[in-house]
Design a protein around this ligand. Structure first.
Ligand SMILES: Cc1ncc(C[n+]2csc(CCOP(=O)(O)OP(=O)(O)O)c2C)c(N)n1
Ligand code: SF4
Length: 297
């Protein structure tokens, strides 16, 4: 039976007065992590917007137990915490909550090592497609054509495909999620919590500040990413890929909205050329055909 909103716990883990910007997708995502895992969650958080949201005095912004770490140690610290809890016989789910820069650039070696060893943790990449906390610099997850303060003319390189990279590590669970589909994200988190070994969830998180849209539109922009096929929700248990319900209609290419409907709503794509839009369309089609092939194996 699919989860319904009525079944969600009311306990809050993101507290009033936290320091996130209005419309912050990281604050939304953390709320859903609290709803999914509750008191069992221990968060390991490297530098990034969330360390600001968390607040300066302990417990001022978030009600989770938190270990703040240096980027390059995140998954190793989480693995140690998870092993320690096991030795103590205490029930805990250790979660690395890391930005796209922390996940796919600065912390990548440690992430890859933990995945290869099969450490018993969940790594969530909260992907706002740039280094937001330090002033909107490009990351390897910034999409081609997007403005950042270090890609004035639009980024030339494509977005690094972290979900497929993690899938190729052969870990027991990989999933993508979106802040626009909280029930899907919560179900995936709860499933990940039942699986032993390394689990990776990649959360698409549109940021009003860095992407240049109105803070009231975060969910709308995130939904457009799904409806245009720019972001695809899927999960892979032991390598078996299944497209998730919110993305299933868009397996049929004719049902996808044109990607310009997503791009034109964001100031960061203001100077994108028609040629680049076509290139992005081609990349979206190519990614879908890879996922469809993987899901039909
Ligand atoms: C080793 C190291 N390099 C650089 C920094 C500076 N720094 C702090 S936060 C940050 C950006 C993090 O970006 P991301 O992981 O995408 O998270 P976001 O801020 O977008 O949530 C950087 C570069 C640091 N703290 N440590
Ligand atoms: S810059 Fe973006 S991700 Fe960072 S706190 Fe503000 S809205 Fe959230």
């Amino acid at each position: 039976m699919p989860l319904t909103i009525r079944e969600l716990p009311r306990e809050k883990y993101v507290l009033p007065g936290h320091a996130a910007c209005p419309g912050c997708p990281e604050a939304m995502g953390l709320r859903y992590v609290g709803m999914a895992l509750g008191r069992r969650a221990i968060l390991v958080i490297p530098a990034g917007c969330t360390s600001i949201i968390q607040g300066l005095s302990p417990g001022s912004g978030l009600a989770f137990p938190i270990i703040n770490v240096a980027f390059a140690s995140s998954d190793a610290v989480a693995a140690g915490a998870s092993a320690a809890k096991e030795v103590l016989g205490e029930d805990a789910i250790v979660v690395v909550w890391a930005g796209d820069g922390a996940t796919s650039d600065i912390g990548f070696a440690t992430l890859s090592g933990a995945a290869e060893r099969g450490d018993n943790i969940i790594h969530i990449c909260v992907d706002n497609e740039a280094y937001m906390n330090t002033g909107i610099q490009r990351s390897s997850q910034t999409p081609r054509g997007a403005w950042t303060t270090t890609t004035w003319r639009g980024k030339a390189e494509p977005k690094k495909n972290m979900p497929l990279i993690m899938l190729s590590h052969g870990v027991p669970y990989v999933a993508t999620a979106s802040v626009a589909y909280p029930l899907d994200f919560i179900e995936k988190l709860r499933k990940a919590a039942t699986i032993r070994g390394f689990k990776y969830i990649h959360l698409h998180a549109p940021c009003p500040v860095g992407w240049r849209f109105d803070p009231s539109e975060t969910v709308e922009i995130a939904r457009l990413a799904i409806e245009t096929g720019m972001w695809v929700l899927f999960e892979a248990e032991r390598g078996r890929v299944a497209i998730s319900p919110p993305s299933r209609p868009y397996v049929d290419k004719s049902r996808r909205k044109p990607i310009v409907e997503y791009l034109k709503r964001q100031g960061r794509f203001r100077n994108i050329t028609e040629e680049l839009v076509k290139e992005l369309e081609r990349e979206v089609d190519e990614y879908w055909s890879i996922l469809i092939k993987l899901s039909s194996q």
